[in-house]
Design a protein around this ligand. Structure first.
Ligand code: HEM
Length: 230
Protein backbone atom coordinates (compact mmCIF):
# COMPACT_ATOMS: atom_id res chain seq x y z
CA UNK A 1 0.00 0.00 0.00
CA UNK A 2 1.52 3.31 -1.04
CA UNK A 3 2.20 5.85 1.66
CA UNK A 4 0.20 9.06 1.55
CA UNK A 5 1.86 12.02 -0.10
CA UNK A 6 1.36 15.71 0.14
CA UNK A 7 2.24 17.15 -3.22
CA UNK A 8 3.52 18.97 -5.04
CA UNK A 9 5.71 20.88 -2.57
CA UNK A 10 6.95 23.45 -5.07
CA UNK A 11 3.47 23.96 -6.43
CA UNK A 12 2.70 26.21 -3.46
CA UNK A 13 4.93 28.81 -5.07
CA UNK A 14 3.28 28.42 -8.46
CA UNK A 15 -0.13 28.96 -6.93
CA UNK A 16 -1.36 25.44 -7.71
CA UNK A 17 -3.50 23.85 -5.03
CA UNK A 18 -1.76 21.52 -2.58
CA UNK A 19 -3.33 18.06 -2.69
CA UNK A 20 -3.19 15.23 -0.19
CA UNK A 21 -3.56 11.54 -1.01
CA UNK A 22 -6.49 9.97 0.83
CA UNK A 23 -7.43 6.71 -0.95
CA UNK A 24 -5.52 4.27 -3.13
CA UNK A 25 -7.00 3.04 -6.43
CA UNK A 26 -7.67 -0.35 -4.82
CA UNK A 27 -9.63 1.21 -1.96
CA UNK A 28 -11.70 3.31 -4.39
CA UNK A 29 -12.56 0.34 -6.63
CA UNK A 30 -13.45 -1.65 -3.52
CA UNK A 31 -15.65 1.24 -2.29
CA UNK A 32 -17.54 1.75 -5.56
CA UNK A 33 -18.20 -1.99 -6.03
CA UNK A 34 -19.71 -1.99 -2.52
CA UNK A 35 -21.73 1.16 -3.22
CA UNK A 36 -23.10 -0.24 -6.53
CA UNK A 37 -24.09 -3.47 -4.80
CA UNK A 38 -25.97 -1.61 -2.06
CA UNK A 39 -27.94 0.45 -4.59
CA UNK A 40 -28.84 -2.70 -6.58
CA UNK A 41 -29.77 -4.54 -3.37
CA UNK A 42 -31.97 -1.68 -2.20
CA UNK A 43 -33.78 -1.54 -5.55
CA UNK A 44 -34.24 -5.32 -5.89
CA UNK A 45 -35.07 -5.70 -2.18
CA UNK A 46 -37.70 -2.96 -2.26
CA UNK A 47 -39.15 -4.55 -5.42
CA UNK A 48 -39.76 -7.75 -3.41
CA UNK A 49 -40.79 -5.94 -0.22
CA UNK A 50 -44.17 -4.52 -1.22
CA UNK A 51 -46.54 -5.03 -4.19
CA UNK A 52 -46.62 -1.29 -4.94
CA UNK A 53 -42.87 -1.45 -5.62
CA UNK A 54 -43.04 -4.61 -7.73
CA UNK A 55 -42.59 -2.53 -10.90
CA UNK A 56 -38.91 -2.23 -9.89
CA UNK A 57 -38.45 -5.88 -10.86
CA UNK A 58 -38.47 -4.64 -14.49
CA UNK A 59 -34.95 -3.32 -13.84
CA UNK A 60 -33.74 -6.87 -13.20
CA UNK A 61 -35.64 -8.77 -15.90
CA UNK A 62 -38.85 -9.62 -14.02
CA UNK A 63 -39.97 -11.03 -10.66
CA UNK A 64 -38.23 -14.41 -10.80
CA UNK A 65 -34.96 -12.96 -12.02
CA UNK A 66 -35.05 -10.34 -9.24
CA UNK A 67 -35.68 -13.04 -6.61
CA UNK A 68 -32.79 -15.09 -7.99
CA UNK A 69 -30.27 -12.28 -8.36
CA UNK A 70 -30.89 -10.36 -5.11
CA UNK A 71 -29.15 -12.85 -2.76
CA UNK A 72 -26.14 -13.14 -5.06
CA UNK A 73 -25.64 -9.39 -5.08
CA UNK A 74 -25.84 -9.64 -1.28
CA UNK A 75 -22.99 -12.17 -1.29
CA UNK A 76 -20.86 -9.84 -3.47
CA UNK A 77 -21.64 -6.91 -1.15
CA UNK A 78 -20.68 -8.96 1.90
CA UNK A 79 -17.24 -9.85 0.54
CA UNK A 80 -16.70 -6.40 -0.93
CA UNK A 81 -17.60 -4.72 2.38
CA UNK A 82 -15.32 -7.21 4.17
CA UNK A 83 -12.52 -5.74 2.03
CA UNK A 84 -13.42 -2.21 3.17
CA UNK A 85 -13.68 -3.42 6.74
CA UNK A 86 -10.19 -4.92 6.69
CA UNK A 87 -8.78 -1.70 5.19
CA UNK A 88 -10.49 0.75 7.54
CA UNK A 89 -11.42 -0.85 10.88
CA UNK A 90 -8.29 0.34 12.67
CA UNK A 91 -8.84 3.93 11.57
CA UNK A 92 -12.40 3.75 12.89
CA UNK A 93 -11.52 2.58 16.40
CA UNK A 94 -13.32 4.74 18.97
CA UNK A 95 -11.23 7.15 21.02
CA UNK A 96 -12.12 9.34 24.00
CA UNK A 97 -12.00 12.48 21.84
CA UNK A 98 -14.70 11.01 19.57
CA UNK A 99 -17.25 11.07 22.40
CA UNK A 100 -16.51 14.78 23.03
CA UNK A 101 -16.91 15.53 19.30
CA UNK A 102 -20.24 13.69 19.15
CA UNK A 103 -21.59 15.36 22.30
CA UNK A 104 -20.72 18.76 20.78
CA UNK A 105 -21.96 17.89 17.27
CA UNK A 106 -24.31 20.90 17.16
CA UNK A 107 -21.31 23.25 17.43
CA UNK A 108 -19.53 21.40 14.62
CA UNK A 109 -22.61 21.45 12.34
CA UNK A 110 -23.25 25.12 13.12
CA UNK A 111 -19.63 26.02 12.24
CA UNK A 112 -19.14 27.14 15.86
CA UNK A 113 -16.01 25.10 16.58
CA UNK A 114 -14.06 28.32 17.41
CA UNK A 115 -10.81 26.52 16.65
CA UNK A 116 -11.34 24.46 19.83
CA UNK A 117 -8.76 21.61 19.61
CA UNK A 118 -11.40 19.11 20.86
CA UNK A 119 -13.44 19.85 17.73
CA UNK A 120 -10.83 20.52 15.04
CA UNK A 121 -7.97 18.13 15.82
CA UNK A 122 -9.59 15.23 13.98
CA UNK A 123 -7.82 12.13 12.68
CA UNK A 124 -8.60 10.44 9.36
CA UNK A 125 -12.24 9.92 10.40
CA UNK A 126 -14.49 11.94 12.68
CA UNK A 127 -16.87 10.37 15.19
CA UNK A 128 -19.84 10.67 12.80
CA UNK A 129 -18.01 8.69 10.13
CA UNK A 130 -17.03 6.10 12.72
CA UNK A 131 -20.66 5.65 13.83
CA UNK A 132 -21.65 5.15 10.17
CA UNK A 133 -18.79 2.67 9.64
CA UNK A 134 -19.69 0.48 12.66
CA UNK A 135 -23.40 0.82 11.92
CA UNK A 136 -22.86 -0.47 8.37
CA UNK A 137 -20.63 -3.28 9.65
CA UNK A 138 -23.20 -4.58 12.15
CA UNK A 139 -26.12 -4.19 9.72
CA UNK A 140 -24.32 -6.06 6.94
CA UNK A 141 -23.66 -8.99 9.28
CA UNK A 142 -27.37 -9.03 10.25
CA UNK A 143 -28.40 -8.81 6.58
CA UNK A 144 -26.14 -11.63 5.35
CA UNK A 145 -27.00 -14.00 8.21
CA UNK A 146 -30.76 -13.38 8.04
CA UNK A 147 -30.53 -13.49 4.22
CA UNK A 148 -28.89 -16.93 4.25
CA UNK A 149 -31.59 -18.17 6.64
CA UNK A 150 -34.31 -17.29 4.10
CA UNK A 151 -32.40 -18.34 0.94
CA UNK A 152 -34.50 -21.46 0.46
CA UNK A 153 -32.98 -22.43 -2.85
CA UNK A 154 -29.85 -23.60 -1.02
CA UNK A 155 -30.54 -23.50 2.71
CA UNK A 156 -34.22 -24.44 3.10
CA UNK A 157 -33.46 -27.41 5.34
CA UNK A 158 -31.23 -25.60 7.78
CA UNK A 159 -33.83 -23.41 9.48
CA UNK A 160 -37.33 -23.90 10.91
CA UNK A 161 -40.38 -21.92 9.78
CA UNK A 162 -40.24 -19.89 13.04
CA UNK A 163 -36.58 -19.06 12.45
CA UNK A 164 -37.36 -18.02 8.88
CA UNK A 165 -40.13 -15.70 10.10
CA UNK A 166 -37.77 -14.04 12.54
CA UNK A 167 -35.10 -13.82 9.84
CA UNK A 168 -37.51 -12.10 7.41
CA UNK A 169 -38.38 -9.54 10.09
CA UNK A 170 -34.72 -8.94 11.00
CA UNK A 171 -33.74 -8.74 7.32
CA UNK A 172 -36.42 -6.14 6.51
CA UNK A 173 -35.66 -3.98 9.57
CA UNK A 174 -31.89 -4.08 8.96
CA UNK A 175 -32.48 -3.19 5.29
CA UNK A 176 -34.57 -0.14 6.20
CA UNK A 177 -31.97 1.03 8.75
CA UNK A 178 -29.01 0.54 6.36
CA UNK A 179 -30.80 2.56 3.66
CA UNK A 180 -31.16 5.39 6.23
CA UNK A 181 -27.49 5.08 7.25
CA UNK A 182 -26.52 5.11 3.57
CA UNK A 183 -28.56 8.31 2.99
CA UNK A 184 -26.70 9.95 5.93
CA UNK A 185 -23.35 8.78 4.45
CA UNK A 186 -24.10 10.16 0.97
CA UNK A 187 -25.60 13.39 2.35
CA UNK A 188 -22.48 14.03 4.45
CA UNK A 189 -20.21 13.23 1.49
CA UNK A 190 -22.01 15.79 -0.70
CA UNK A 191 -22.64 18.38 2.04
CA UNK A 192 -19.00 18.62 3.13
CA UNK A 193 -17.62 20.20 -0.04
CA UNK A 194 -14.59 18.50 -1.55
CA UNK A 195 -15.26 15.10 0.08
CA UNK A 196 -16.46 13.33 -3.07
CA UNK A 197 -13.05 14.00 -4.65
CA UNK A 198 -11.53 11.78 -1.96
CA UNK A 199 -13.39 8.74 -3.33
CA UNK A 200 -13.30 9.65 -7.03
CA UNK A 201 -9.79 11.03 -7.52
CA UNK A 202 -8.24 9.62 -4.36
CA UNK A 203 -7.05 12.99 -3.10
CA UNK A 204 -8.31 16.08 -1.32
CA UNK A 205 -7.11 19.65 -1.09
CA UNK A 206 -4.80 20.73 1.72
CA UNK A 207 -7.51 23.19 2.81
CA UNK A 208 -10.10 20.40 3.10
CA UNK A 209 -7.70 18.29 5.15
CA UNK A 210 -6.86 21.23 7.43
CA UNK A 211 -10.52 22.15 7.88
CA UNK A 212 -11.95 18.69 8.50
CA UNK A 213 -9.16 16.28 9.48
CA UNK A 214 -6.40 18.46 10.96
CA UNK A 215 -4.72 15.83 13.11
CA UNK A 216 -4.56 13.47 10.11
CA UNK A 217 -2.91 16.23 8.04
CA UNK A 218 -0.48 17.15 10.83
CA UNK A 219 0.54 13.50 11.20
CA UNK A 220 1.15 13.24 7.44
CA UNK A 221 3.21 16.44 7.38
CA UNK A 222 5.32 15.41 10.35
CA UNK A 223 5.83 11.98 8.83
CA UNK A 224 3.92 9.99 11.46
CA UNK A 225 2.88 6.73 9.75
CA UNK A 226 -0.32 6.43 11.81
CA UNK A 227 -3.03 7.17 9.22
CA UNK A 228 -1.77 6.95 5.62
CA UNK A 229 -3.92 6.73 2.46
CA UNK A 230 -5.33 3.19 2.60
C1 HEM B 1 -23.42 5.37 -3.58
C2 HEM B 1 -23.19 6.36 -2.82
C3 HEM B 1 -21.96 6.58 -2.00
C4 HEM B 1 -21.22 7.71 -2.03
C5 HEM B 1 -21.47 8.96 -2.89
C6 HEM B 1 -20.11 7.54 -1.10
C7 HEM B 1 -19.12 8.47 -0.87
C8 HEM B 1 -18.05 8.29 -0.03
C9 HEM B 1 -16.96 9.24 0.16
C10 HEM B 1 -16.86 10.57 -0.56
C11 HEM B 1 -16.10 8.73 1.07
C12 HEM B 1 -14.82 9.38 1.57
C13 HEM B 1 -15.07 10.08 2.89
C14 HEM B 1 -13.80 10.62 3.50
O1 HEM B 1 -12.72 10.16 3.15
O2 HEM B 1 -13.89 11.47 4.41
C15 HEM B 1 -16.62 7.45 1.47
C16 HEM B 1 -16.02 6.61 2.39
C17 HEM B 1 -16.51 5.38 2.76
N1 HEM B 1 -17.67 4.78 2.30
FE1 HEM B 1 -18.94 5.55 0.91
N2 HEM B 1 -20.22 6.32 -0.51
C18 HEM B 1 -21.34 5.69 -1.03
C19 HEM B 1 -21.80 4.44 -0.68
C20 HEM B 1 -21.22 3.62 0.29
C21 HEM B 1 -21.75 2.33 0.70
C22 HEM B 1 -23.02 1.71 0.14
C23 HEM B 1 -20.93 1.84 1.65
C24 HEM B 1 -21.01 0.55 2.41
C25 HEM B 1 -22.03 -0.23 2.50
C26 HEM B 1 -19.87 2.80 1.85
C27 HEM B 1 -18.81 2.66 2.74
C28 HEM B 1 -17.80 3.57 2.94
C29 HEM B 1 -16.70 3.38 3.86
C30 HEM B 1 -16.47 2.17 4.76
C31 HEM B 1 -15.89 4.52 3.73
C32 HEM B 1 -14.61 4.82 4.48
C33 HEM B 1 -14.96 5.75 5.64
C34 HEM B 1 -14.85 5.08 6.96
O3 HEM B 1 -14.17 4.06 7.08
O4 HEM B 1 -15.44 5.60 7.94
N3 HEM B 1 -20.08 3.87 1.00
N4 HEM B 1 -17.81 7.20 0.79
Amino acid sequence: MSAAEIKPRDAVHRGDPVTVDRYTVGARINHWITATCLVLLALSGLALFHPTLFFLTNLFGGGQATRAIHPWIGVVLFFSFAGLFLRFWRLNLWKGADTTWLVRLREVLGNRDNEDPDLVEIGKYNAGQKVVFWGMSVLIVVLISSGLAIWDQYFADYTTIEQKRLAVLGHSLAAIVIICVWIVHVYAAIWVRGTINAMTRGRVTGGWAWRHHRKWLRDLVTGKPAEPAE
